[in-house]
Every structure is written in structure tokens, then in C-alpha cells.
Design a protein around this ligand. Structure first.
Ligand code: S3P
Length: 428
């Protein structure tokens, strides 16, 4: 399918209405497949249609010799077998590369991890230097991928101090520490999603997070498990913002992961004046799951955010910028420098896009200052970044742009393979 055929010009919707089931949460799915690969028994993972990033993790694990089969649509069986040397393609997925590097630091193998041009441009020395302290040999290509990991069967238990609040780095250190005898400690300078700790605790691994410190006592092996991966709260964010900004909107999302470390956008939108409600209806493995309902039609207030809140919103910030661009008074995002090293430089990509759609925007070193302008029609350069594509599709749908064309609509499938179908459903 050509990009034009899946995303013609996107225009403001007459209304937004419907009930959606979202793609599986990426962060949970990556970890579920890796923990299943290391587990003492077979596992079964159930999930909706995965995006390209999760498929990258599955492909890499299969290359390593892990038996993964989709036994019926949406149900995957995983059996950890002895793994082998390999050269792996992590595609566009930073989480795949960094978490696998951690896992491989604790296995006696030589594995090279590579990825697409975007992933090759992202910093890998920060994960490499942490893993070297466990005794693994980790070489990067001038600080970037391809990286080669020569792991050790008995890595050293280490105390790590992360310079940035990153769940990927934390997860990599934990994966490396599973095979180490004694306490691995990771100190993190801010909030991060806690899926690693929740899932491993559920799988019988002695790990705990107390304040900013995560402690794991090894060696430990997760048990085999059955897990249904909930819908991705970061995918829900698209519809939260679309409905919040639209005068005639009501969207419900079911079976969404409601882990509190992933829900900062809901609190922020409530502060901006949005009518949004969440209800936890069940627990899937260690993760709360439930329903989110959002209604449009209320005036939004400007907000300024920074510090810890920004770390909690890291994947949602392009959509936050779109919400801010619907308000007359200026809003500001600060302390978001990490966005410059995501799939693309998201600070400059968002600033350029906002300017093209007619918003008033000032690019800051670590964020933006943004307010409403006169909605214009624009061609948006996505840089192949799924979050940029989705944010600007939502800008047009909600009327913050007069219309939008994307240079690469297909990249939405990196995290959200059914995005265009869901957009058609809620605007029909
Ligand atoms: C992720 C952590 C975040 C996030 C990414 C997924 C994870 O990255 O941006 O999409 O699953 O651990 P950082 O932890 O590097 O900020």
C-alpha cells in the first residue's frame, strides 16, 4: 500500500465517536518476549496486532534460537532454548536494541546488534558503558550501532548510577543482573515506567523498587507464564488529545494498560480542563487494565510543564505540543532534551511541523513555547518517526491544522499498525 492510499490529506473531522481496542503495549510486549525467552518453562503471550517494534524483538529472539510461534491469531508460544551467536536487525526499535544488549551481557555469546538509519543515529555508548561494568565486552561504532556484545555466563553484580531517567537503561541493567550472583542496584535520577520490576516480581524474581533505587538479587530466572498484553496507553494518547481538542467528540478505549507510571497525560489533560475518566476493571499479570473515556467540547487552559512530569510524559510530548497549540495563551515544555535523541530529533520535528500548520511556536533547547495561531494546510516531514506522524494526523483531525499531508504515513505502524483504520472508524 502506498502512503497516499492509507493516508490521503487529513482534514478536521465533523465529529469523533466510537469505541476502540488499541494495539498491544510495546513496553510490556518487548519485556514479555524477552523474559519468556529466559524463563525456566514455556510461556504463552496473547496480544492484538503488534507494531513493527515488537515484531523486531520477536525476529531477533528467533534469530538467537528462541522458539516463538503464533499458534493461533494473537496467541504466541515461547520456549527458551540455548541461544546462539547471531547478527541481529533491531529495525527502528531502540527498546529492542538496549534491552537485548542487557540480556546478552549475561549470556556467553557474541552477538552484533544493528538497526535502521534512525537507530544507528541514536546513542548506544550510555548502555554500553553500564554493561561493561558487569564484565561484558561491549563495542560500539563511535558510540552508535552496530554494537557487539560478548557476554559472560556469570556477570558481576554491580551498582549502576544512571545519568538520565531511562526505563530502557534500567531494564538493560536488570536483564544483565539476572545471571549475576548477589545484588545488582540501579539508581535512577527521576521517574521511569516500572514494567520491568512489576513483571519480574510477578515471575518470581527477587526485585524491588524503593524510591529511586531498584535492587535485584541474583542469580534468578523468571518462571514460564501466560500473559495477555493490554492495549498501549501511549496509543490511547492519540485519541485522548484528538477528543479533548474537538468540539464534538466522545471516545472510549477498552482493555488499556493503566499502569500509573504511564498515565501522566491523563493528569495533564485534566489540569488543562479536559473531561477524561479511567476505570481499572481487571489485572493482567502484574498490570492494571481498564477503560478510558474522553469527551471533547470544553475550553482548554494553557499549562507549563518540566522536570519529573516531562520524564513521565516522554513518549506523549509531541501530542502534548499539539494540545498546547490549540490554546490561545502560551504553554511551555522544558527539560525535554531527551526528545532530541528519540527516533528523530522530536523537538525540532515538532517545532517545524507546528510552524507549518500555523501555530505560534518557539523552539527551545529543551522543549517548546507554543500557542494557537491560524490553522494552515501543510505537508509534514515525519523523518520516519511514528510519534510525529500520529501527532500531526491528530492535529489535522482535531482542527489545529486546516489539513495535513504526511511524507510517510506508513511509519505510524512502528507502534500502531491499525492507526489509520482506527482514525477512519472514529471519524466515520
Ligand atoms: C521505553 C522507555 C522509554 C520510551 C520508549 C520505551 C521502554 O525510553 O521512550 O518508547 O519500554 O523501556 P527511555 O527509557 O530511554 O526514556
Amino acid at each position: 500500500m502506498t502512503p497516499a492510499s492509507i493516508a490521503p490529506t487529513i482534514r478536521p473531522a465533523a465529529h469523533l465517536r466510537g469505541s476502540l481496542t488499541l494495539p498491544p503495549d510495546k513496553s510490556i510486549a518487548h519485556r514479555a518476549f524477552m523474559f519468556a525467552a529466559l524463563a525456566s518453562g514455556p510461556s504463552a503471550i496473547t496480544m492484538g496486532e503488534p507494531g513493527h517494534d515488537v515484531l523486531s524483538t520477536i525476529r531477533c529472539l528467533r534469530e538467537l534460537g528462541v522458539e516463538i510461534e503464533e499458534t493461533e491469531p494473537g496467541r504466541w508460544s515461547v520456549s527458551g532454548s540455548p541461544m546462539r551467536h547471531a547478527t541481529l536487525d533491531c529495525g527502528n526499535s531502540g527498546t529492542t536494541m538496549r534491552l537485548l544488549a542487557g540480556m546478552l551481557a549475561g549470556l556467553p555469546l557474541r552477538v552484533t546488534l544493528d538497526g535502521d538509519d534512525s537507530l544507528r543515529a541514536r546513542p548506544m555508548e550510555r548502555v554500553a558503558e553500564l554493561l561493561r561494568t558487569t564484565g561484558a565486552e561491549v563495542t560500539t561504532t563511535d558510540g552508535h550501532a552496530p554494537i557487539t556484545v560478548v557476554g559472560r555466563a556469570s556477570p558481576a553484580a554491580t551498582s549502576h548510577e544512571l545519568a538520565v531517567p531511562s526505563a530502557q537503561l534500567l531494564g538493560a541493567c536488570v536483564l544483565a543482573g539476572l545471571g549475576a550472583k548477589g545484588e545488582t542496584q540501579i539508581s535512577v535520577p527521576g521517574p521511569t515506567r516500572d514494567h520491568t520490576e512489576r513483571m519480574l516480581t510477578w515471575l518470581g524474581v527477587p526485585i524491588r523498587r524503593a524510591g529511586s533505587i531498584t535492587t535485584l538479587t541474583g542469580p534468578a530466572r523468571p518462571r514460564g507464564f501466560e500473559l495477555e498484553v493490554p492495549g498501549d496507553p501511549s496509543a490511547a494518547s492519540a485519541w485522548l488529545v484528538a477528543a479533548a481538542l474537538h468540539p464534538d467528540a466522545e471516545i472510549r478505549m477498552e482493555r488499556v494498560g493503566l499502569n500509573p507510571t504511564r498515565l501522566a497525560l491523563v493528569g495533564l489533560l485534566q489540569r488543562m480542563g479536559v473531561d477524561v475518566e479511567m476505570t481499572v476493571t481487571e489485572v493482567s499479570g502484574p498490570e492494571p487494565v481498564g477503560e478510558i473515556r474522553v469527551r471533547g467540547g470544553r475550553p482548554l487552559h494553557a499549562v507549563s510543564i518540566g522536570g519529573a512530569e516531562v520524564a513521565e510524559l516522554i513518549d506523549e510530548l509531541p501530542l502534548v505540543a499539539i494540545a498546547m497549540a490549540s490554546v490561545e495563551e502560551p504553554s511551555e515544555v522544558r527539560d525535554a532534551g531527551e526528545l532530541r535523541i528519540k527516533e528523530t530529533d522530536r523537538i525540532s520535528a515538532v517545532a517545524e511541523g507546528l510552524q507549518r500548520i500555523g501555530a505560534t511556536v518557539e523552539e527551545l533547547e529543551d522543549g517548546w513555547r507554543v500557542s494557537r495561531g491560524t490553522p494552515a494546510s501543510a505537508l509534514i516531514r515525519t523523518h520516519g518517526d511514528h510519534r510525529i506522524a500520529i501527532a500531526f494526523a491528530i492535529a489535522a483531525t482535531a482542527g489545529v491544522a486546516a489539513s495535513v499531508e504526511l511524507d510517510d504515513a506508513e511509519c505510524a505502524a512502528v507502534s500502531y499498525p491499525t492507526f489509520w483504520r482506527d482514525l477512519a472508524a472514529v471519524t466515520a
